[in-house]
Design a protein around this ligand. Structure first.
Ligand code: MN
Length: 159
């Protein structure tokens, strides 16, 4: 079970995304605006944050930057959902600190696939990096087998 924070101001979208995640067995926290979401993110350990870009008050881009600037959420995967999937937005979105983004309307399967990938990457990376951060020291040759076995081949890239 993973813990996912949804920050989305549209009640219909919120319900849809929450139901999809709950059905996958995730524990879901919700916030209808960024300020509340940012607060929750400081209090709870999260495996993924799904963040709407168009929000009243603090928008998703600003919220992502704040999440990235705080130790508790510096490395938490953040998925953007945005109605305005226009050329050029992708760069701004990724620059703000998001790891991935999906355009609305959300397609269920794609959403769940991306969520699963992001959570899987997170859990694959986290324990290994617990002590040494991102610095991969010289790995003993025998560990290579373990490493490649743990790798999953990603599906066709559609980013
Ligand atoms: Mn919105």
């Amino acid at each position: 079970m993973s813990r996912v924070l949804l920050i989305e101001d549209n009640p219909a979208n919120m319900k849809l995304l929450r139901d999809l995640l709950v059905r996958q067995g995730h524990k879901v926290l919700t916030a209808y605006e960024a300020a509340t979401g940012l607060q929750l993110a400081q209090q709870k350990a999260l495996d993924l944050i799904v963040l709407d870009i168009q929000l009243p008050g603090i928008d998703g881009l600003q919220a992502a930057k704040q999440l990235r600037s705080r130790p508790a959420t510096r490395t938490t995967p953040i998925l953007a959902v945005t109605a305005h999937a226009m050329r050029g937005d992708e760069a701004r979105i990724l620059e703000a600190g998001f790891d991935r983004y999906l355009a609305k309307p959300i397609r269920y399967r794609e959403f769940l696939r991306v969520v699963a990938e992001m959570i899987e990457q997170r859990s694959a990376v986290d324990p290994a990096c617990g002590k040494e951060g991102n610095d991969a020291g010289p790995a003993p040759a025998e560990s290579e087998d373990v490493g490649s076995r743990m790798e999953r081949s990603p599906g066709p890239a559609t980013e």
